[in-house]
Design a protein around this ligand. Structure first.
Ligand SMILES: [Cu+2]
Length: 259
């Protein structure tokens, strides 16, 4: 059976209505939040280093990096939900849960940033690598122009990004043609990766099995942008690079476009 975008929409609607009705506290909060104007995710392009959105994210990453490992929002500890040097933990790749899982993960960080900075206008910007294929400037310098630590730069010992700052991501990875191919894929499992081989129940253990066939979105721009950036990004510890969330915010936006 092929799952079309319409079917995903219908099933998604039924699932969320059911959850709200059963008054799970988190979902009630989501329903309430939907009644007020939610902050809109913006393109990273054109946001200056001192734009409130960038400054908020940089501050939050700094707060999390300075937390001890016993604190629940510690930067490294949070990233271990995704994976660590021991391998992937909960994150599904090569699995049709790839998109929804990373949507939830990105939204979780977005809320943590609001919580830590008290800036409720914050929404995770997206790096639109199709329109702006060079690495975003605000991630690239060790210090901000006013001489403070740039927490968006990767300073971990022995782990450095390797993609040259002046070189655009190649168009066979992020170009408009690639995007058109992604958006033209109607079956969800072609667009957004297939179910793991042999899945025959909704048991949560299927979420972390990586035996599906990656769709173009996951296999082409998602994987290759991460592989090209280097440092943490090609590894299970990829969320240790703050650019991870603006990369995934864009993957999430493309899912929304497709829908
Ligand atoms: Cu992942």
């Amino acid at each position: 059976m092929s799952i079309t975008r319409r079917r995903v929409l219908l099933q998604g609607g039924v699932i969320s209505a059911g959850l709200i009705a059963s008054s799970i506290p988190g979902m009630v909060a989501v329903a309430r939040a939907q009644n007020r104007q939610l902050p809109l995710r913006r393109s990273l392009q054109g946001l200056a280093w001192n734009d409130p959105i960038i400054a908020t994210y940089r501050d939050a990453v700094g707060i999390m990096k300075k937390m001890s490992t016993s604190q629940k929002f510690n930067w490294i500890k949070l990233s271990e939900i995704h994976g660590s040097s021991a391998g992937f933990k909960f994150c599904p790749h090569g699995n049709w849960y790839f998109l929804p899982w990373h949507r939830g993960f990105t939204a979780t960080y977005e809320r943590i940033v609001r919580h830590l900075t008290k800036n409720n206008d914050f929404a995770m910007p997206f790096w639109d690598w199709t329109a702006n294929p060079r690495m975003p400037q605000v991630f690239l310098s060790r210090r901000t122009p006013d001489g403070k630590t740039n927490w968006l730069f990767v300073t971990d010992r022995g782990v450095q990004r390797t993609w040259p700052r002046t070189r655009p991501m190649p168009s066979n990875i992020v170009g408009q043609n690639v995007l058109n191919t992604i958006l033209a894929a109607t079956p969800y499992e072609i667009f957004g990766t297939s179910r793991p081989r042999g899945q025959n129940s909704l048991d949560p253990s299927w979420v972390t099995r990586r035996t599906g066939t990656q769709g173009v979105l996951e296999a082409t721009p998602h994987n290759n942008v991460q592989n090209n950036i280097g440092g943490w990004m090609p590894t299970p510890s990829s969320p240790r690079d703050p650019i991870f969330f603006m990369h995934h915010s864009n993957v999430d936006r493309i899912w929304d476009l497709w829908t």
